[in-house]
Ligand binder design. Structure first.
Ligand SMILES: [Fe+2]
Ligand SMILES: [Fe+2]
Length: 241
């Protein structure tokens, strides 16, 4: 366990939350906002990637369209509970990560773009939806399960691309990890209390995210020790900041 998990995410999730209660719905509006805005951004990122990697353009537009559907499906999960996503807060939380993506896109740092969207955002999505699945309401559960399968496909696209060019992109990957992982973990930190309210354990989620992300770094070519170091340093930077 990292210091971030033990310090910032301590505390057990609330037992058996009631999705119809005002407290649950209030927390859900912020969690749902992060999900819906995150999916919408993923859609935009894949469209930008389709322009930057024209040889895979059709495939990347297809992946982007899946993200657009995910956003609509999760808006439906909120509507089912009579909840509107808090998009304003979520946009604010995602702004630093999106700005980093745009910076990479402008400077033609394709590896940076792919690490942000296909590794970081997708590992974040996979870890979050896996953690949400056991506590999701009956309407949201099958939707979340279907989305999870799609996110694995998106993660796979980025891993394949980066793995095939590992020697030339390793340095850029390490650099973007150092700047993008802390701002990603800050999003989690901001909604940690709301996660507990809807029955999720934020420290489990951080642990699962770090594990998935480390696995991705190993898949693309880093050693286990290098991957652990990259993740640990970024996580430690958040708790010290
Ligand atoms: Fe998605
Ligand atoms: Fe995705």
């Amino acid at each position: 366990m990292t210091s971030l998990q033990s310090v910032a995410f301590s505390g057990a999730p609330a037992p058996s939350p009631d999705p119809t209660s005002p407290v649950y719905r209030d927390a859900y509006s912020r969690i749902n906002g992060v999900v819906v805005v995150g999916e919408g951004l993923a859609d935009r990122h894949f469209r930008l990637l389709a322009r930057a990697i024209p040889e895979d353009g059709a495939e990347l537009l297809r992946l982007g369209a899946m993200e657009g559907r995910h956003a609509r499906d999760f808006i439906g999960c909120g509507a089912n509970l009579g909840v509107r996503p808090d998009a304003a807060l979520a946009k604010q939380l995602f702004a630093p990560l999106h700005a980093l993506f745009q910076e990479c896109d402008r400077s033609r740092d394709l590896a940076g773009c792919l690490v942000i969207q296909c590794l970081i955002v997708e590992c974040f999505a996979v870890a979050a939806y896996r953690a949400y699945l056991p506590v999701a309401d009956a309407y949201a559960q099958p939707i979340t399960a279907a989305v999870l399968a799609d996110e694995a496909e998106h993660l796979n696209y980025g891993e394949q691309w980066l793995q095939g060019r590992f020697a030339e992109v390793a340095e850029a990957v390490a650099a973007i990890c150092r700047s993008a992982l802390p701002v990603t973990l800050q999003i989690l930190q901001a909604v940690a209390e709301d996660m507990r309210t809807i029955g999720m354990d934020p420290s489990d989620l951080v642990g699962a995210f770090c594990e998935l992300f480390e696995q991705s770094l190993v898949t693309i070519g880093f050693s286990g020790a290098e991957a652990r170091r990259l993740v640990f340093r970024s996580v430690a930077a958040v708790s010290l900041g």
